[in-house]
Design a protein around this ligand. Structure first.
Ligand code: PLP
Length: 454
């Protein structure tokens, strides 16, 4: 057995419809029970929009957002949703309507926000490799006519980046505008994160700057004209389920901030990054409001404004990847269920060995109901890695049966590709009894759009 499927092999059955509040099993008339997203049966969405499709509950997004806000109520704060977790325009627009700001990691993400007319005052730019062009774009950014130019904050991750930012900022004429606000992303050297690929807060990682070096930068540029020291930031990793590493990192960040204050550098913003985990199968993550309260408790006495960059904890649970069984087959050792969704739609299993529970969408006929038959749930892509779960007790399913691949909202569509010349899936937003297409499925024509016959 490949060592790469350790966390996805032989798991006990989990049915997220039983604990996620906006998905549920309901009976429609005299028919079999089936899974609903809010008030809409998933089977209806599959008939109308086809599969594979990402289906989001808008209420789930709102509740997650409000949960974090509730915890932070006692301190001035701005939640900045991490766009890389999910960049769908309708979802970003909905989050903006709730008051969310945005954390971006590329010029492309900034262009998305510009398309929506999001104010620069709500945008934080993170990332270890911002190009000169991207820095220029952010300095010139104007989300709408009333906006001053620029964004709320650049989180710089190296001395070289700071140099480039100062160079570019000095070129921009600033008749009426203030110098751009800058923070250093400090690497607090705290171990956290669900998987080696998503732990970012250790000295060995490429992210951030170790404190002694960061401190030197703050002091060396205290009198800078082209930029304005405004904050300090950290982001220690992703899918972190305990509050302890967050607390440790935050306490370090707070002590750095006080150190700078003693040196006469008064920062306005404390940016605590993102990283709160969710329950995929058996995890027990801290609640969003406890997480917010812990932050408020440490940040409150500092008298600063808190910036928070959650991605996964806002969007992961809101979504299922709806898929159909194409074939089933078995050999002397194993049963396989072959879906029409694949690793190009959802990379997380092969990339992080992430276990996404998979369930039926319509209850089985009584004959099969109690079957705990285990099978490998795979996609059609020509890679052994194209496996969602190994020895998963899905029970017996047949061709054309619908299944839900749960918790697909974060780093789901966002990481999807056209591998095997597969068009990317449709996305559907559900609110109450309404289901709305928010991204159409890609066609063969879309796939050919950028090819140039040379
Ligand atoms: C990815 C990222 C986030 C969001 O992380 P989640 O685990 O999705 O909450 C926040 N800040 C930065 C700098 C990131 O790179």
């Amino acid at each position: 057995m490949s060592p790469h499927v350790k966390a996805r092999r032989g798991l006990p059955y989990v049915d997220p419809a039983k604990h996620l509040p906006h998905f549920s099993w309901k009976k429609r008339g005299g028919a079999a029970r089936e899974v609903y997203c809010e008030q809409v049966p998933l089977s209806q969405i599959a008939r109308r929009y086809g599969t594979p499709a990402f289906v989001y509950s808008r209420q789930a997004i709102q509740d997650a957002y409000r949960g974090i806000e509730r915890g932070l109520a006692k301190v001035p704060h701005q939640v900045c949703f991490a766009v890389k977790a999910n960049g769908n325009l309708s979802i970003l627009n909905f989050l903006a309507s709730l008051g969310s700001g945005f954390d971006i990691v590329s010029g492309g993400e900034l262009a998305h926000l510009g398309h929506l007319g999001i104010s620069g005052r709500r945008i934080v730019f993170s990332g270890v490799g911002k190009s000169r062009e991207e820095i220029r774009e952010a300095l010139r950014y104007r989300g709408n006519r009333r906006d001053a130019r620029g964004i709320l904050q650049f989180n710089v991750e190296s001395p070289a980046e700071l140099e480039m930012l100062i160079e570019e900022a000095s070129r921009v004429s600033r008749a009426a505008e203030r110098a751009p606000g800058v923070s250093v992303r400090v690497n607090p050297d705290v171990k956290a994160g669900g998987h080696p690929h998503i732990a970012t807060g250790l000295e060995e990682h490429k992210f951030g700057i170790a404190w002694p070096e960061a401190r030197r930068l703050y002091l060396a540029h205290r009198g800078a004209q082209a930029i304005r020291w405004q904050g300090i930031s950290a982001h220690i990793g992703s899918q972190i389920v305990d509050l302890q590493p967050f607390r440790r990192a935050l306490e370090r960040l707070a002590s750095y901030l006080l150190d700078l204050r003693r040196q006469g550098i008064a920062l306005e913003y404390l940016d605590v990054g993102g990283g709160l985990g969710v329950r995929y199968t058996s995890e027990h993550p801290a609640s969003r409001s406890d997480y917010g309260r812990m932050i408020a408790e440490i940040a409150g006495p500092l008298g600063v404004k808190v910036l928070l960059e959650p991605g996964r904890s806002i969007i992961a649970e809101s979504c299922v990847l709806l898929s159909r069984v194409v074939y089933t087959k078995s050999n002397s050792r194993k049963s396989f269920v072959i879906l029409d969704a694949a690793m190009n739609d959802l990379m997380r299993p092969v990339l992080y060995d992430a276990p996404h529970p998979i369930t039926r969408v319509v209850q089985a006929s009584s004959r099969n109901e109690n079957s705990a038959e285990r099978s490998d749930i795979v996609g059609p892509v020509c890679e052994t890695g194209d496996t969602f779960l190994v020895d998963w007790p899905l029970g017996s399913v047949s061709q054309r049966d619908l299944v839900a691949i749960w918790l697909a909202g974060a780093y789901g569509f966002a990481q999807s590709s056209n591998y095997n010349a597969r068009g990317r899936a449709a996305e559907i937003l559900v609110y109450g009894r309404t289901a709305k297409l928010i991204r159409r499925r890609e066609t063969y024509r879309d796939l050919l759009r950028t090819d140039v016959l040379g």
